[in-house]
Design a protein around this ligand. Structure first.
Ligand SMILES: Nc1ncnc2c1ncn2[C@@H]1O[C@H](COP(=O)(O)OP(=O)(O)OP(=O)(O)O)[C@@H](O)[C@H]1O
Ligand SMILES: [Mg+2]
Length: 261
C-alpha cells in the first residue's frame, strides 16, 4: 500500500488531539496533559504530547521500540529523567507538573515500572507495607490478597525470589496499596509465559471493573487493545493517533505503519 493511501485511509485518525487543558468553558478531564516536552540531557524525546483521559478509562499507549512510551509515563510520574521543560499535567485538579515524583505518588500516580523494582531483602508483605507507610493508603493488604491469591500464599517469602509473573503481580498490588488515581503500567506482560500473562490479564480486567483510570504500555499491543477503551499511538515522541481501541484493531494499515503488527 502506498504511503498516500495509508494516510488517506487513516486521515481522520492522524489529526492531533485537541488542546485538552486550554479548552476554556469545558469541564477539565480527570487527567490531562498538554504540550509535554521532556528531555534526557540535550535529547528532545517527548515532543509536544497532549491527551485527556476520562475517569475510569483504560488507555493503551502504543508505538514501536523507542517511540517514547516509557519516557511519557516517566514524565507523567514526574521522575527526574526525562526532565519536563514545557507543558502541564493535571490529575483530578492537581497540577502534577509542579510536583516531584514522590509528590505525584502522594497525589495518586502509581507507576509500575518495567523492571518492577521489588525491594530485595523484604518479604512480599513487607513490600506491601512499605508502600503504605507514606500514604495515603489504598487497598488494605487483606483485600489485595483476595485479588492476588498467589501473593497471599507467598506473603512471607522474599519478594525478589519469586517468579517474574509473581513479581509483576506484587508490583501491581504495591501500586494499589496506595491511594492510586492513575495507574501507569509499563509492559506488564513482558518476558512472561502466556499462561501467566493470562493470569495478569484477569487481574487487570478485575481492576477495570472497579473503574481505576489506567494507562497500559505494551509490546503485546493486541492484548493491551483488548483490555483498553482507547488507544494512543506514539511515534518519535509525538502522538500520531488518538481514538478507540477498536479502531486500531480494525485498521490494519495503521497497525502496520506504527506498530508493525
Ligand atoms: N536515560 C536515557 N537517556 C537518553 N536517552 C534515552 C534514555 N532513555 C530512553 N532514551 C531514548 O529516548 C527515546 C524513547 O525511549 P523510550 O524508552 O521512552 O521508548 P519506548 O517507546 O518505551 O521503547 P521500548 O518499546 O523499547 O520500551 C529512545 O530514542 C531512547 O533511546
Ligand atoms: Mg519502554
Amino acid at each position: 500500500m502506498s504511503q498516500e493511501t495509508l494516510l488517506d485511509s487513516s486521515k481522520e485518525r492522524l489529526v492531533k488531539p485537541e488542546n485538552p487543558v486550554r479548552n476554556v468553558g469545558t469541564p477539565p478531564a480527570y487527567f490531562s496533559c498538554w504540550g509535554l516536552q521532556a528531555y534526557y540531557g540535550e535529547s528532545y524525546i517527548v515532543q509536544d504530547v497532549s491527551f485527556n483521559i476520562h475517569e475510569g478509562e483504560i488507555i493503551a499507549l502504543l508505538g514501536r521500540n523507542g517511540a517514547g512510551k516509557t519516557s511519557t509515563l516517566r514524565t507523567i510520574a514526574r521522575m527526574a529523567d526525562p526532565e519536563l521543560h514545557h507543558g502541564e499535567i493535571w490529575l483530578d485538579h492537581k497540577p502534577l507538573h509542579r510536583m516531584k515524583d514522590f509528590e505525584a505518588a502522594q497525589n495518586g500516580v502509581g507507576l509500575v515500572p518495567e523492571d518492577r523494582r521489588i525491594i530485595p531483602g523484604l518479604t512480599v508483605e513487607e513490600n506491601l507495607q512499605l508502600a503504605q507507610i507514606h500514604g495515603p493508603r489504598g487497598w488494605e493488604i487483606e483485600r489485595l490478597y483476595e485479588h492476588f491469591p498467589r501473593l497471599a500464599e507467598r506473603r512471607n517469602q522474599e519478594g525478589v525470589t519469586m517468579s517474574g509473573g509473581e513479581q509483576q503481580m506484587l508490583a501491581v498490588a504495591r501500586a494499589l496499596a496506595r491511594d492510586v488515581k492513575l495507574l501507569l503500567l509499563d509492559e506488564p506482560y513482558e518476558g512472561l509465559a502466556p499462561v501467566i500473562v493470562r493470569e495478569i490479564e484477569k487481574i487487570l480486567e478485575e481492576i477495570k471493573t472497579l473503574g481505576l483510570t489506567t494507562i497500559i504500555v505494551e509490546q503485546n499491543a493486541i492484548a493491551a487493545l483488548h483490555l483498553a477503551d482507547r488507544a494512543l499511538i506514539l511515534d518519535m515522541g509525538q502522538v500520531v493517533f488518538d481514538g478507540t481501541a477498536q479502531e486500531v484493531l480494525d485498521n490494519e494499515a495503521l497497525r502496520q505503519e506504527y506498530l508493525a503488527i
